[in-house]
Ligand binder design. Structure first.
Ligand SMILES: O=C1O[C@H](COP(=O)(O)O)[C@@H](O)[C@H](O)[C@H]1O
Length: 252
């Protein structure tokens, strides 16, 4: 948007990066609507190609959505599910995103989906990176659907604002929309354990990209990042680089 000044000059004000916003009264309504939309995408991919691939976020926000998604009518044996990121902890650990997906989504009929873990029983994500990269490249890409969450610090997947602070160049690889690496081993001062994460170039292979955010504080972070062209937050890189505007599912 621009404004005329007295001298006839136009002051160009920044425009927010686009998103398709879907807003709900509460988390239960949001979870049901997001599950219906994602299930429709999965059925569409299966109808077109015979199979579907979906990458899903962990953390605390998506539990109700994942439970709703598991109840949807989908040809689950033809679906491959993977986490967008995982913490380098055993899959029975309470902070494991794999554990969350197994306990919520991979239940009932949805238990017949194929699960592709990012975690392996290796001492570090760096030690496991090569085999994980190979499996992702051969069995997960291109994705059909990605659902991203966001932390209050503006991180998405395990792409944190301090990405690359310990290893120069990592931030560029993780946030490059056209980069060649589909996954990264990362460490952050903001979380207790190392992690494995998909990069934005892998995330952007999905034609359906959802951003699932709950609460006023996260919404303010997102809106500020959408508005500020100089924002260093990884969520800004999602909005700026996504081939299509993401579908925002939000409730207070
Ligand atoms: O660490 C993570 O954080 C984000 C956001 O999680 P939330 O608990 O604030 O909902 C999540 O999207 C990501 O998958 C997870 O590993």
């Amino acid at each position: 948007m621009g404004a005329e000044t007295g001298a006839g000059l136009r002051v160009i004000e920044p425009m927010p990066l686009p998103m398709h916003a879907h807003e709900f009264a509460d988390g239960a309504e949001l979870a049901a609507a997001l599950a219906r939309a994602v299930a429709a995408d999965l059925r569409g991919a299966i109808a077109r190609r015979g199979s579907a691939r979906i990458a899903l976020s962990g953390g605390s926000t998506p539990r109700a959505f994942l439970t709703e998604l598991s109840k949807q009518t989908v040809d689950w044996p033809h679906v491959t599910v993977l986490p967008v990121d995982d913490r380098w902890v055993h899959p029975r650990h309470e902070r494991s995103n794999e554990r969350l997906l197994r306990e919520t989504l991979l239940q009932g009929a949805a238990a017949s989906a194929r699960f592709l873990p990012l975690y392996r029983p290796a001492p570090s994500p760096e030690a496991a990176l090569l085999p994980v990269l190979g499996r992702i490249a051969h069995e997960a890409l291109p994705l059909d659907v990605v659902v991203l969450g966001m932390g209050e610090d503006g991180h998405v997947a395990s792409l944190f604002p301090d990405l690359g602070a310990d290893r120069p160049g990592l931030r560029e690889i993780g946030l490059d929309p056209r980069g060649r690496a589909p996954a990264l081993a990362v460490r952050t001062a903001n979380a207790p354990e190392p992690r494995m994460t998909l990069t934005l170039s892998a995330i952007f292979t999905a034609p359906s990209l959802y951003l699932h955010i709950e609460g006023a504080k996260k919404r303010a972070v997102l809106d500020a990042a959408a508005m500020d062209p100089r924002s260093p937050l990884p969520v800004r890189a999602v909005l700026a680089g996504a081939p299509n505007p993401p579908e925002l599912y939000w409730c207070p």
